[in-house]
Design a protein around this ligand. Structure first.
Ligand SMILES: Nc1ncnc2c1ncn2[C@@H]1O[C@H](COP(=O)(O)OP(=O)(O)OP(=O)(O)O)[C@@H](O)[C@H]1O
Ligand SMILES: [Mg+2]
Length: 258
């Protein structure tokens, strides 16, 4: 039984006098504990897929299932992490992290302990009482990661969480996210434009094309790369051949739509 399945999903965005076909016949499945990357050019519908999986948006047709039940009825706990961190500037780091449990009125000794532990794991225990304005972009994304994990989601939807960061910070954060999500055995879908990041982080890459958004190829990341830390994957002898294969698929599709 698949953890998450999309079957022939189509999505149209309607405006007053026109519509955009954002997704056409999207089908794929994700196993529990798997790390999937959605890779493709701007406008191919990556964020639309995440919004549909998150239940923020209703797809036009097709099925989205969690353990064979429609996702809207299955009660799947979802964590969302975006390019922007959306931390509240007037709240401390600790209060930002505890936002979800505070709203749900579930703050207790166990949550407080878990918060402390997670903040320490991402190297931010010493800034818990500071405000977001005194933190760097990379630190703020680490806070956003802890805020996402504290609600114990079963699947993490990561929409280009590293793309606003400088390259060095991005590489370090990739390693940290990889380590934490594997340690806590999370299932994840990562949206990215970056071929290297998709290979370094994921088990499988879903390559998408535009106009309308569709899947052009699903590529398995070689087994030798899957359990390596992202930073080391880029130096592995198996990295370049898979990079070239993904590059070719992306280009093939681009030249078709020229
Ligand atoms: N709210 C909306 N109303 C109308 N059209 C939309 C809306 N949101 C997205 N679209 C269109 O749907 C298509 C897919 O958009 P989406 O944001 O999912 O792409 P994306 O792959 O995430 O792009 P990017 O890499 O730039 O973030 C695009 O053609 C976009 O213009
Ligand atoms: Mg997007």
């Amino acid at each position: 039984m698949s953890f998450l399945t999309l079957e022939h999903v189509n999505h149209h965005y309607f405006t007053k006098d026109s519509y955009t076909k954002a997704l056409e016949d999207i089908s794929f499945s994700v196993k529990e504990g798997e790390f999937i990357a959605l890779l493709g050019p701007s406008g191919c519908g990556k964020s639309t897929i995440l919004s549909i999986v998150a239940g923020i948006m209703e797809h036009t047709s097709g099925k989205v299932l969690h353990n064979n039940k429609p996702i809207t009825e299955s009660g799947l706990a979802i964590g969302y992490m975006l390019q922007q961190d959306y931390l509240f500037p007037w709240k401390t780091i600790l209060d930002n992290v505890l936002l979800g449990p505070t709203i749900q009125d579930t703050v207790n000794a166990e949550i407080s302990e878990k918060t402390e532990q997670l903040l320490a794991e991402v190297g931010l225990d010493n800034v818990a009482n500071q405000y977001p304005s005194s933190l760097s972009g990379g630190m703020r994304q680490r806070v956003a990661l802890v805020r996402t994990l504290i609600t114990d989601p079963k699947i993490l939807l990561l929409d280009e969480p590293f793309s606003a960061l400088d390259f060095q910070t991005k590489l370090k954060l990739e390693d940290l996210v990889f380590k934490l999500l594997h340690a806590y055995k999370k299932t994840a879908i990562l949206v990215t434009h970056d071929i290297g990041e998709a290979i370094a982080m994921s088990d499988r890459i879903i390559i998408m094309g535009t106009s309308p958004g569709k899947i052009v190829k699903i590529v398995e990341v070689p087994i030798e790369l899957r359990n390596e830390m992202p930073f080391l994957v880029r130096r592995h002898p198996k990295y370049q051949p898979i990079f070239d294969k993904v590059w070719e698929e992306l280009n093939k599709n681009e030249s078709h739509s020229d």
